[in-house]
Design a protein. Structure first.
Length: 73
């Protein structure tokens, strides 16, 4: 089940209530495990020819490790 389907299923189970987002969050926190060591790898490769018509490639890997993000409203 994907993210959208999970939320749609939650809305159907809970119903359209004023505190729907709070109830969905509570449901998510109680049923989805937290992962503390997660990281994302972004990789991009751009092939092409240089001014001498020689085939070249540029690779750019980026690792994104867990970060603490503080949101202030």
């Amino acid at each position: 089940m994907g993210h959208y389907e999970w939320v749609q299923n939650g809305i159907e189970l809970i119903g359209n209530q004023p505190n729907l987002s709070t109830l969905l969050e509570k449901s998510m926190l109680s049923s989805v495990p937290s992962v503390e060591n997660d990281h994302v790898v972004i990789y991009c490769r751009v092939p092409g020819k240089d001014h001498n018509d020689r085939l070249r490639g540029i690779d750019k890997p980026v690792n994104v490790y867990p970060q603490k993000v503080e949101i202030k409203y």
